[in-house]
Ligand binder design. Structure first.
Ligand code: PEP
Length: 251
């Protein structure tokens, strides 16, 4: 399966900065056919990035959404609004948002709503350092997956992002990623869970991507693992050259 390399810019880049990035990045990746590429800017830059992507294979994504179409939800953005902006993907359940109070049942509503509107959710799951040390990683992943995917029939239309919280850079370029073997173990475990929840074929065809300090120095080895179908890249996606290098290391 073709790898998916997705940029999560978090709360970075104004619309002007996003446009400059896109011009530089598109020049560097040219046709970018070796991988599927997604850019998830902040809401305020969606329109500007969308305009830059008109003739490109690169897809646009958002970093969050509300599950309702419209209503009295101050500060929220609906799936219809994301569709109107030209979004293809939406990141859901990121640990930054879980830390702000989002739980699995809310994330489940968002996943269902995204699919209903033809958006591809990038569903983030992952354990904390404390949970890993206590050997709870598998329980945490199973629990999150079961709750977030309740009543989700079309698993192939969901991208799962395994993001061990302890490996997320939070802007620190020296943060260590998971080793390729630890990441592969978690991805294989997730694939097996999906097999049990759905079926072997669907599990095989579902993208499971890795996030947590992926950068040019480690992307190739992480992306060479059998069950790692791509990357969700935070800090290293803010620089066009480093993100282009990561894209190029995906075969
Ligand atoms: C993320 O937060 O989704 C992420 C992967 O961040 P980073 O690459 O900076 O660890």
């Amino acid at each position: 399966m073709k790898k998916l390399i997705a940029a999560n810019w978090k709360m970075n880049k104004t619309a002007d900065e996003a446009v400059s990035f896109m011009k530089e990045f598109q020049n560097l990746v040219r046709d970018g056919k070796n991988a599927d590429i997604a850019i998830c800017p902040p809401f305020t830059a969606l329109s500007a990035v969308s305009a830059e992507l008109k003739k490109s294979n690169i897809k646009l994504g958002a970093q969050n959404m509300h599950f309702e179409n419209a209503g009295a939800f101050t500060g929220e953005i609906s799936p219809l609004m994301l569709k109107e902006m030209g979004c293809h993907y939406v990141i859901l359940g990121h640990s930054d948002r879980r830390e702000m109070g989002e739980n699995d049942s809310l994330i489940n509503k968002k996943v269902i709503s995204a699919l209903k509107h033809g958006l591809t959710p990038i569903l983030c799951i992952g354990e904390t350092h404390e949970q890993r040390v206590k050997d709870e990683t598998q329980d945490v992943l199973e629990n999150q997956l079961i709750k977030c995917l309740q009543n989700v029939g079309e698993i192939k239309k969901v991208v799962i992002a395994y993001e061990p919280i302890w490996a997320i850079s939070k802007g620190n370029p020296n943060q260590k990623a998971a080793t390729k073997d630890d990441a592969e173990d978690a991805h294989l475990f997730i694939r097996k869970l999906l097999e049990g929840m759905y079926d072997e074929k669907s599990a095989k065809e579902t993208r499971i991507i890795y996030g947590g300090s992926m950068k040019p120095e480690n992307a190739k080895e992480l992306l060479s693992m059998r069950n790692i179908d791509g990357g969700l890249v935070g800090n290293a996606s803010l620089d066009a050259k480093s993100f282009a290098e990561i894209v190029k290391s995906a075969k």
